[in-house]
Design a protein around this ligand. Sequence first.
Ligand SMILES: C[S@@+](CC[C@H](N)C(=O)[O-])C[C@H]1O[C@@H](n2cnc3c(N)ncnc32)[C@H](O)[C@@H]1O
Length: 362
Amino acid sequence: MLKVIELFAGVGSQTESLKEIGIKHEVVAISENDKYASRAYELLHGKVNNLGDIRAIKELPNADLWTYSFPCTDISLAGTQKGFDKGSNTQSSLLWEVERLLTKANENNNLPSILLMENVRALVSKKFIDDFEVWLKFLESLGYKNTYQILNAKNYNTPQTRERVFLFSFKNDVNYTFPEKQELLVKLGDLLEDVVDDKYFISIERINNFSDMTNRNGFIRGLTFKPLEKTSPIAYTITTRSGARSTDNFIIVPENTKKGFREAEVGDGIYINRPYQKRGVVQKSKIPTLKTTPNDLGVIVNKDDLISLRKITPREAWRLMGWKDSRIDLVINEFSDAQLYKMAGNGIVINVLKEMFKKIEI
Ligand SMILES: C[S@@+](CC[C@H](N)C(=O)[O-])C[C@H]1O[C@@H](n2cnc3c(N)ncnc32)[C@H](O)[C@@H]1O
C-alpha cells in the first residue's frame, strides 16, 4: 500500500487521480491551511490527518510519495513575479518549507522514495530557472534523480489550455518517461451545462469595456451586442463584420496580431479581459487556462437561437479540471461560487496526473 502525503493539498487532485487509476494508497497526512479547501478535501475524500500550516509542521510521518504543488502566486505571469527566494516571505517561498521537512526526513532516515512537484511554467522561464536549479541541486544532494517536463492539459484529453511544469524526483534509479500526448476527444461544448442561470451571462456594460469598437474604414473589430429586451442584462451577440445579421454563427474577437481579430464560434472559449492586447484569445473548442477567478474567460454559446457569451459555471470549472459530476455533487452546494472557482483554478488536471502516475511502477 502506497503511503502518500499531499503538501499544499488543496482539494486533493493527487489522491483523486490515484483512486481513479486504482492505485491502492493511503493518505497518511496532508498540509492545507485554507479552511474551505480543507473542508472540501474532507467532503471528497473523508476524514484526513490535516497537519495545517506547513510552517508549523516539525516532521512528517513515514511515506512513499510526497506531492507539493506549492503556491504559484509569486511566480506566475498573472501574479506578483516576486519569486520564491528563501526568506523572502512570499507565498511561493513556502517551497523552502519542503526543503526543511525533507532535511528532517533525511536525518530520520525516512525520505520518501518519490516526490512530485507541480507549478506554473514560468518556474522554468529565464527569470526563475536559476532558482529552480538550486532546488534541483538540493534534491540531488539528498540522492534524488530528477526529471521534469512541461505538460499541457489539452494534450491529455482535457479541453483546457493549461501548461504546468511537473518534476518527479526518485530515490531509486528509476528511468521515468512522461506520458505521450493524446488526441483531444473531449470538446469544451461536451462539458458545458445546458441550463445556466442568467447571472453567468456577460452584461452589455462589461462587453463594452473589453470590446474594441473603433471603426477602422467601416470595419469594427469589436463585438456588437443586442439585448433580448431593452431591460435585459444579458448580451446577445448578433453581428460580426459590417452588417447585423442574426444568421451569423461566429463573432469577431479583437486580438493583438497583425490580422487584429479572430473568429469565435459556439463551443469556443475566449479571453475577455482586454483581448485586443493579447494573442491566442480564441481557443477552438477549449477554454484558456482557468485561474482562481473565471472573470477573464468566456464561452460562446447558443441562447434562444442567438449566439451569446457567458462565464463558465463552478460545475464547469471543476469538470474542466477533470472532476466527475458524482464527485462535484459532494461540494457544489457547500461553498460560494468564488470558493468553488478558486479551488478548481488552484488544482491540477486529473487526467494529466492520471497519465503521469500510470507511468510509474508503483
Ligand atoms: C496551487 S494550490 C495546490 C492545489 C492542489 N494541488 C489541489 O489538488 O487542489 C496551493 C495550496 O497551498 C495552500 N497553502 C497556502 N499556504 C499554505 C501553508 N502555509 N500551509 C499549507 N498549505 C498552504 C493553499 O491554500 C492552496 O490550496
